[in-house]
Design a protein around this ligand. Structure first.
Ligand SMILES: NC(=O)c1ccc[n+]([C@@H]2O[C@H](COP(=O)([O-])OP(=O)(O)OC[C@H]3O[C@@H](n4cnc5c(N)ncnc54)[C@H](OP(=O)(O)O)[C@@H]3O)[C@@H](O)[C@H]2O)c1
Length: 233
C-alpha cells in the first residue's frame, strides 16, 4: 500500500481512555492510526503496545504542533483524518480556580483543538477530502454548576465545529463533533476528582461511534451525542 492509498488518522491524547481505545479500533477497521500524546514515556509505551507510530505532541504548545505535523507528513505522507481528542477536566467553584488552571483548560481543550485543525486543514481543502472529528462533551449541550471553565472550553468547540462544518463541507472536507456523556476513563482522576464511573460508557463504546462517523465519507455526522443507558438515573 502506498502513502496515498492508506488512510492516516492522527489521534490526539491517545495515551489513555477514548484516544487509546480509538487507536485499536482504527487499526482493526483498516485505518493507519497515529498515536500522539503529551507524555513522551506514555507515548513510547502505548506505541509499542498498539503497534501504531507514536509522536510526542502537546496540543497546548503551538510550535510543537507545527513541528510534529510536519514530521508526521514527512514520515507517513498525507493525513486523511484528525481526531481532536486530547482534553482535561476542571471542576469546582469558578472563584477557586487559579489563572493557570483556567489557562491550561482553554489552551488544551479549545486552542489545542483549533490549532491542530489549523495545521491539517489546508492540505485537506486543497485535495478536497479529509475528516476532522472534535471530541466535545455533553457539557457543551447544557450548563450546570461547578464546571464553568471546562464547559466554556467545550461550548467554544461546539461553535467552532458547527461553523467549520458548513464552511468546509462544500469543499469536500468533513468537520464533525462527538458529544459523549460520562466515560469510564482516567480524566476525572487525573484532575484529582473522585467520580463513580460504574454507570459510564466505556472508552471502547465511544471509540466505536467515532469509527462509524469516520467510515462513510459521504456523510457528515454533525452533532453526535450519546450516553450509557445505565447513566440514566
Ligand atoms: N471522561 C468523560 O466522562 C468525558 C465525557 C465527555 C467528553 N470527554 C472528552 O473526551 C476526551 C478524551 O478524554 P478521556 O475521557 O478519554 O480522558 P483521558 O483518559 O484522561 O484521556 C485524555 C487524554 O488527553 C491527553 N492530554 C491531556 N492534555 C494534553 C495535551 N496538552 N496535549 C496532548 N494530550 C493531552 C491525556 O494525556 P495524559 O495521559 O498524559 O494525561 C490523555 O491521553 C477529552 O476531550 C474529554 O474532554 C470525556
Amino acid at each position: 500500500m502506498t502513502d496515498t492509498d492508506r488512510k492516516t488518522i492522527i489521534v490526539t491524547g491517545a495515551t489513555s481512555g477514548i484516544g487509546l481505545a480509538l487507536i485499536y479500533r482504527l487499526r482493526d477497521a483498516g485505518y493507519f492510526p497515529i498515536l500522539t500524546g503529551r507524555n513522551p514515556e506514555k507515548v513510547s509505551a502505548m506505541a509499542r503496545e498498539t503497534g501504531a507510530p507514536g509522536y510526542h505532541l502537546d496540543v497546548a504548545n503551538e510550535s510543537h504542533i507545527q513541528n510534529v505535523i510536519a514530521q508526521i507528513k514527512s514520515d507517513h505522507g498525507p493525513v486523511s483524518g484528525l481526531v481532536n481528542n486530547a482534553g482535561i477536566w476542571l471542576e469546582g467553584a469558578f472563584s477557586t480556580h487559579s489563572a493557570d488552571d483556567i489557562r491550561a483548560v482553554i489552551e488544551t481543550n479549545t486552542l489545542g483543538t483549533m490549532l491542530m485543525t489549523h495545521a491539517v486543514l489546508p492540505d485537506m481543502l486543497s485535495t478536497g477530502r479529509g475528516t476532522v472529528i472534535n471530541v466535545v462533551s455533553t457539557g457543551a449541550l447544557y450548563t450546570r454548576k461547578m464546571i464553568s471553565v471546562y464547559s466554556a472550553s467545550k461550548w467554544a468547540i461546539r461553535g467552532f465545529t458547527g461553523c467549520l462544518e458548513v464552511e468546509c463541507a462544500p469543499k469536500g472536507v468533513r468537520v464533525m463533533g462527538f458529544y459523549p456523556g460520562k466515560v469510564n476513563s482516567s480524566m476525572y482522576e487525573t484532575a484529582g476528582i473522585a467520580r463513580d464511573l460504574d454507570v459510564a460508557m466505556t472508552p471502547e463504546q465511544a471509540a466505536d461511534m467515532l469509527v462509524v462517523m469516520l467510515k462513510d465519507e459521504g456523510m457528515v455526522w454533525s452533532h453526535v451525542s450519546g450516553r450509557s443507558i445505565r447513566d440514566y438515573v
